[in-house]
Write a protein that binds this ligand. Structure first.
Ligand code: SF4
Length: 280
């Protein structure tokens, strides 16, 4: 067993049941590497999960405390926990692109607006893969999926001038980064910084689903071909035009620039209790 899995994960959840060749395991491992790098112990962090392949593969795997909220509701639960838990306890959420950029988007934006002290790892496989491969919010335009046999008509959140990370930045997020699941230390360092942020952080990981996006969208289950397609996606030559527009690295680092939600709430409550409050 991998030493990280042995140290941080529940033995009965190993090995993962993800399809062979899925990039999700690489994302999971990078989170554990960042946890180790940060010196975080299993009692120092509470791990929340959403639904879909990301939620399923990371659900209840953490040796410490876990919770789950499906269909974009994990953020609301995390806000309550953030207000209730001590400041030093970290809250990490692993969600898929539907939980992050579709059904959960409104909750996510409000977490960013309030600068809630949570670290969101949004693992994006370009669609609804756990339910059979339907297109979603980041599926590149024109791609064939089980629900778009003639190719998707709509642009995703990563093309036609849109970038979901810009929207989160405008909403108030204080740390944002994007990586592919193939990246190494650079991606681990981004997660470490996200965990270090007292406010709202999100790291967007794009990873290959070999079973649906690979087999149907790219017409191949060949891992080499799929990996090359993803490497090209992140390379400069794909940036212009209407195709998905992705760059790797930290896109926004404003750690410490805004008060964190629960800390501000506690401070305001203290002021009111002590009669020191000033009407806004
Ligand atoms: S369906 Fe796709 S995303 Fe889900 S576990 Fe299999 S390869 Fe990974």
């Amino acid at each position: 067993m991998d030493y990280l899995a042995e140290r941080y994960l529940r033995p009965r959840k190993i090995p993962s049941t993800a399809c062979s060749g899925c990039g999700l395991g690489q994302v999971h491992k990078k989170i554990l590497l960042a946890v180790e790098q940060s010196g975080i112990g299993t009692d120092d962090l509470v791990w929340g999960t959403g639904i879909g392949c990301t939620g399923r593969q990371t659900f209840n795997t953490w040796k410490g405390d876990n919770f789950a909220g499906t269909h974009g509701r994990v953020y609301a639960m995390a806000v309550g926990l953030r207000a209730a838990l001590p400041e030093e306890k970290k809250i990490l959420l692993t969600v898929g692109d539907g939980d992050a950029f579709g059904i959960g988007l409104s909750h996510l934006l409000h977490c960013a607006r309030r600068n809630v002290g949570v670290t969101v790892i949004a693992a994006d496989n370009f669609g609804y893969q756990s339910t059979g491969g339907q297109y979603g919010y980041t599926t590149p335009q024109g791609f064939v999926t089980d629900s778009s046999p003639y190719g998707t008509r709509e642009p995703g959140w990563l093309q036609d001038g849109a970038d979901i990370l810009d929207i989160l930045k405008s909403a108030g997020a204080t740390f944002l980064a994007r990586h592919s699941s193939f990246e190494g230390q650079k991606a681990v360092d981004s997660i470490e910084k996200a965990l270090d942020n007292k406010g709202f952080s999100l790291v967007h990981f794009i990873y290959p689903c070999v079973t649906h996006f690979g087999a149907v969208g790219l017409n191949s289950r060949d891992n080499g071909k799929i990996v090359r397609w993803f490497e090209e996606l992140f390379s400069a030559k794909n940036r212009p035009g209407r195709g998905p527009h992705v760059t790797s690295g930290i896109t926004h680092d404003a750690r410490g620039s805004r008060p964190e939600f629960a800390a501000a709430l506690r401070s305001r409550t203290r002021e009111i209790r002590e009669g020191r409050h000033v009407q806004a």
